[in-house]
Design a protein around this ligand. Structure first.
Ligand code: HEC
Length: 115
């Protein structure tokens, strides 16, 4: 029993360290700003796509684990970088103004939307 408590404390300590580490490496404010400026109008604040434009363009619910499963990180990256087309019809414009680094953090952001 005693051993268990000690290892639990350790696990908590390790996860706190990991949490702080990931917060420090992610420029959270910037990615959120990019999302709000360039993605929110279609995908919504939480990724559900519950906006006027989102409904019109039939975006998928990015909070849905089943939707997320269908995409690899590379595919998400490509969708953001090059946009999404259906035949000749552009469904989502390529994110021309974003750097590779910003797109990568957006991929991480999209992953974090999953419920
Ligand atoms: C004009 C509306 C619009 C904007 C703005 C927009 N998207 Fe999209 N997005 C779409 C549509 C439409 C799809 C395709 C949905 C589908 O596959 O049926 C899509 C697809 C995606 C996908 C791939 C998943 C999928 O459903 O194919 C990701 C990831 C994504 N968008 C992220 C972003 C990010 C990040 C931004 C901001 C840089 C952004 N989107 C801006 C409309 C938009």
């Amino acid at each position: 029993m005693k051993i268990k408590i000690v290892s639990m404390k350790r696990a908590v300590a390790v996860s706190i360290v990991l949490l702080i580490g990931s917060l420090a490496s992610l420029p959270a404010a910037d990615v959120k700003e990019n999302w709000e400026k360039q993605c929110l109008k279609c995908h919504g604040p939480d990724g559900k796509g519950d906006t006027k434009l989102g409904k019109k363009s039939e975006v998928k619910d990015l909070t849905d684990a089943k939707v997320q499963e269908k995409f690899s990180d590379q595919e998400l990256f490509k969708a953001i970088k090059e946009g999404v087309k259906e035949g000749e019809k552009i469904k989502m414009k390529p994110a021309e103004k974003l750097t590779e680094e910003e797109i990568k953090t957006l991929v991480t952001y999209v992953r974090s939307l999953k419920k």
